[in-house]
Design a protein around this ligand. Structure first.
Ligand code: SAH
Length: 502
């Protein structure tokens, strides 16, 4: 079996990586990667994976190609599994062919994992099908930046100029005037549509459509930069009609997500799906307690309670984990009444076979109490499995109603020891539009990592808070949330962001 893999990482959208590529990233011993449109994939590497960056950005070569080849061969000979990861497809202007030849010469077996090349993906995300029966019968991938050491150009401009092919240029921004000029000189009409797509498929994608005649001046005026794909041909005229990605309501909007990493994926994926540039900045982490004796005792005496009130998905998750640890399951609840403080917590219960007897209409502690009282909770024995530190409103109010309340910590949230530097840099560059807070502890910990004084330097950054309790904590630090949803849930928060961008 081969131990070297030349792998395509796709054009940048994290979803545009193949399953096979992911598998190799997750299992390789050595990762040798280029300047990628998205380096997020590296987080899938094994903890002990050796990660080597050999990329180049512009003219700045970290390692010349022959040294890269030597490195791959040397690492391969050690018998470890090597992932050689390249942007887009490894064999499309990626010098993967050269690396393959070196491996063959060294007698090393390898496999290729094709990737989605930018020349197809960037146009598709800009609403440009590279072929279309009304416009062209072929497509041609061309380098806009030939090997400068070559004595004669490999470009046959006469052929490009006279063909009706869609022409897709890689690495061409610097040579745009020359490209447009040569195509017109060789027969392409001056009004042929041309599109430029920068950072295709990523949340910061931008595009422009012009004509061969005007594109160089327009790109210059807009200070257009690499990395961009240049598309020439009638298909570019479809951009207006078919542009779907650039219509996303939050496209390019920088949103900071402060939720714990374990909980953030739903929000992160929704925001990404709406086009936002999500900056994951978990300020809290959800952790096991050191000792579960108290939980075990409570579980064994569960029959004492008439009500169990779950206040978070984590409360459910950690409670069931301990149930399983002592060999029990959902049957232990028997005929007991079970409440969930919000829809996500209710879903977590349903997943475990429990249909909650009570879910409030509004998702803050105060409403839970009045709803529970309507259901006749007064005077009952109530168990509340939850975080070690949490608001006391719910237990206090239930006590006032004559309940015998037991608060049972089943997990704790801790401050993540992270640096706020990256987020601060992003704020400085104007890349952040919103900071989202989904609980008071995310607010408190955020301001541990980024001081209120620092945040005050960026008045364009808006705070989006999930609900009134979180907003009150925000106010304690001297800020007023610009956004607070009507429904105090994650979907409600997303709605508020959308409404702010209408
Ligand atoms: N092997 C890569 C291409 C490498 S050459 C592939 O198959 O996509 C590098 C050039 O690819 C850049 O100069 C730019 O023209 C293009 N490119 C790569 N990613 C891009 C992206 N996300 N958006 C626009 N162009 C991109």
């Amino acid at each position: 079996m081969a131990n070297v893999f030349l792998v395509g990482a796709g054009p940048g959208d994290p979803g545009m990586l193949t399953l096979r590529a992911k598998e190799i990233i997750e299992t390789c011993d050595v990762m040798i990667y280029d300047y990628l449109a998205n380096a997020d994939f590296l987080k899938w590497c094994k903890p002990d994976c050796e990660i080597l960056y050999v990329g180049k950005k512009g003219g700045d070569h970290t390692l010349p190609q022959d040294k890269i080849n030597d490195l791959i061969v040397e690492k391969a000979k050690s018998g470890q599994t090597i992932c050689r990861l390249k942007g887009g497809d490894p064999y499309v202007f990626g010098r993967g062919g050269e690396e393959g030849e070196e491996l063959v010469e060294a007698g090393i077996d390898f496999e290729v994992v094709p990737g989605i090349t930018a020349g197809v993906a960037a146009p598709a995300y800009a609403g440009i099908p590279v072929t279309h029966r009304d416009h062209t019968t072929s497509v041609c991938f061309i380098t806009g930046h030939e090997d400068p050491t070559k004595s004669e150009s490999g470009h046959n401009w006469a052929v490009y100029g006279q063909s009706t092919s869609t022409l897709v240029f890689y690495m061409g921004v610097g040579n745009l005037p020359m490209i447009a000029e040569n195509l017109m000189k060789n027969g392409r009409a001056a009004d042929t549509p041309v599109a430029l797509v920068r950072w295709g498929t990523r949340c910061n994608q931008t595009s422009m459509v012009s004509t061969l005649e005007n594109v160089a001046a327009e790109a210059e005026a807009r200070k257009w930069k690499a990395p961009s794909i240049i598309i020439v041909g009638g298909v570019c005229a479809l951009h207006d009609k078919l542009a779907w990605f650039e219509k996303k309501p939050l496209l390019g909007k920088g949103v900071v997500v402060t939720r714990a990493r374990e909980q953030a994926s739903g929000l992160v994926n929704t925001l990404r799906g709406l086009g936002a540039c999500v900056h994951e900045f978990p300020t809290i982490s959800v952790e096991h307690l050191d000792d579960y004796n108290e939980v075990e005792t409570a579980i064994l005496q569960l029959a004492r309670y008439q009500w169990v009130v779950f206040t978070s998905v984590n409360g459910v998750k950690f409670f069931w984990e301990q149930l399983a640890a002592i060999g029990l399951d959902s049957r232990i609840f028997g005929g007991m009444e079970i409440a969930a403080i919000g829809p996500a917590t209710a879903d977590a219960l349903r997943e475990r076979g429990i249909i909650p007897d009570f879910v409030p209409d509004k998702y803050v502690a105060e409403h839970v109490v009045s709803g529970l009282l309507e259901r006749g909770i007064q005077g009952s024995d109530v168990l509340i499995p939850r975080a070690r530190v949490a608001r006391e409103v719910l237990p206090e109010e239930l006590k006032k109603a004559g309940c015998n309340v037991t608060v049972l910590p089943v997990y704790e949230t801790k401050l993540v020891q992270a640096s706020g530097e990256e987020i601060e840099e992003a704020m400085k560059s104007g890349a952040i539009r919103y900071v989202t807070f989904t609980s008071s502890s995310t607010v408190e910990n955020f301001f541990e990592l980024i001081s209120p004084e620092t945040l005050r330097c960026y008045p364009d950054v808006k705070i989006a808070s999930i609900g009134p309790v979180t907003s009150k904590t925000v106010a304690r630090f001297g800020f007023t949330p610009a956004l607070e949803p009507e429904e105090y849930t994650i979907p409600g928060l997303v709605e508020a962001l959308l409404a702010d961008n209408k």
